[in-house]
Design a protein around this ligand. Structure first.
Ligand code: SAM
Length: 221
């Protein structure tokens, strides 16, 4: 069995670079962050396969290629302020912390938020804040953000997130049905202007919240 560092290097070559991810900051960050520390003990042997894995509460850590694709599309850049909705294990937040200036990541399941915060703290990623709550409302007190990434799929784009983008900032968000969604990249081009392009089909766990799919079993506003 090769070392985790060797497996990480292989993952970067096979699943990222060979599929068109060329941004050196993303390749370096994903070659550095120990994904095996973000998955349950019994899943560690699969940590460097290119697939999602269960992390508890019926949720998943996303596929490495999709993590890289979203960070690339959102143009996460040195010095930038980033908001992630759906911290899950904290892995994507940790990867972005190696590139951006400051990362805020919200998770609606408290046990996941607590475990992710402890993990991030233990690994020493001190420019990441993990917050328990409904990320569809964003974080008005910390806005504006240069990049916002949503790691769960709703049936529409949460309006507060569009408003919390800096002008020139990008929001990457899956939107569509419960089974498949389209990954959208939305750029704020002016105070009241946004442009949008489509990055292809994806399959995410549901985005549940006030501006998401459902809250407490009923349709959200
Ligand atoms: N980025 C994560 C990682 O690196 O492990 C994976 C995220 S997982 C695919 C999506 C997460 O979004 C789940 O943990 C889920 O609980 C969370 N989620 C769903 N709706 C949410 C909301 N309104 N606010 C915050 N988190 C939400």
């Amino acid at each position: 069995m090769s070392s985790h560092q060797e497996q990480r290097t292989r993952m970067v070559e096979r699943h990222l670079r060979s599929r068109g991810i060329t941004n050196p900051d993303i390749l370096a960050a994903m070659g550095e962050v120990p994904r095996e520390d973000f998955v349950p003990e019994e899943m560690r042997e699969f940590a460097y396969e290119d697939g999602p894995l269960p992390i508890g509460e019926g949720q998943t850590i996303s596929q490495p290629y999709i993590v890289a694709l979203m960070i690339d599309a959102a143009d996460v850049a040195p010095g930038g302020r980033v908001l992630e909705v759906g911290a899950g294990s904290g892995y994507a937040a940790a990867v972005m912390s190696r590139i951006a200036g400051e990362v805020f990541s919200i998770e609606r399941h408290e046990p996941l938020a607590k475990a992710a915060a402890e993990r991030i703290d233990r690994l020493g990623y001190d420019n990441v804040s993990i917050i328990a709550g409904d990320g569809t409302k964003g974080m008005p007190d910390e806005a504006p953000f240069d990049a916002i990434l949503v790691a769960a799929g709703g049936d529409k784009v949460p309006e507060p997130l569009k408003r919390q983008l800096a002008v020139g900032g990008r929001l990457v968000v899956p939107v569509g049905g419960e089974d498949v969604q389209t990954l959208l990249c939305i750029t704020r081009t002016g105070e009241n202007d946004w442009s949008e392009h489509d990055l292809g089909g994806v399959r995410f766990v549901p985005l549940i919240g006030a501006f998401g799919r459902y809250e407490n079993g009923s349709r959200a506003a």
